[in-house]
Write a protein that binds this ligand. Structure first.
Ligand code: ZN
Length: 133
């Protein structure tokens, strides 16, 4: 498998509206988009930083993955996403190497990307997302 770059850093927030002022007015970044991924019960907003992006994640429901994350740990960094060349091949290879996968098959993420998560038990506590686009 080939990891090309850090695609984005996912940050769980209570309210994108409230937090985005930090990234735009204070840090001077531009917001490039916002999208609700109904399947994940989440609304996302992207702020490019050089060759990578900050992804703010706001839950649309308390029982979604981001709602549960904030309830357990509070707001903050939730995952790190690596862009890979071929996500199906990467998942097969990682599985063969004994890495526990949350998603055996890629699913649809924001921006039409194919994404899959690795289990933090296999990645020393970091929720890792693979992304291909
Ligand atoms: Zn992400």
């Amino acid at each position: 498998m080939k990891v090309l770059k850090v695609d984005h850093i996912g940050i769980a927030v209570n309210s994108i509206e409230e937090v985005k002022k930090l990234y735009t007015d204070i840090l001077g970044l531009l917001q490039t988009g916002s999208e609700t991924v109904a399947e994940q019960k989440v609304t996302t907003a992207f702020f490019p930083v050089g060759d990578t992006e900050v992804e703010l994640l706001e839950s649309t429901s308390p029982d979604g993955p981001i709602g549960k994350f904030i309830e357990a740990k509070g707001q903050g960094v939730q995952h790190i996403a690596f862009r890979v060349e071929n996500i199906e091949q990467a998942l097969e290879e990682l599985k063969a190497k004994g890495v526990r996968l949350i998603d055996e098959k890629p699913r649809k993420g924001a921006g039409g990307a194919k994404i899959a998560f690795l289990h933090p038990k296999s990645t020393f506590g970091v929720l890792v997302e693979l992304s291909e686009r």
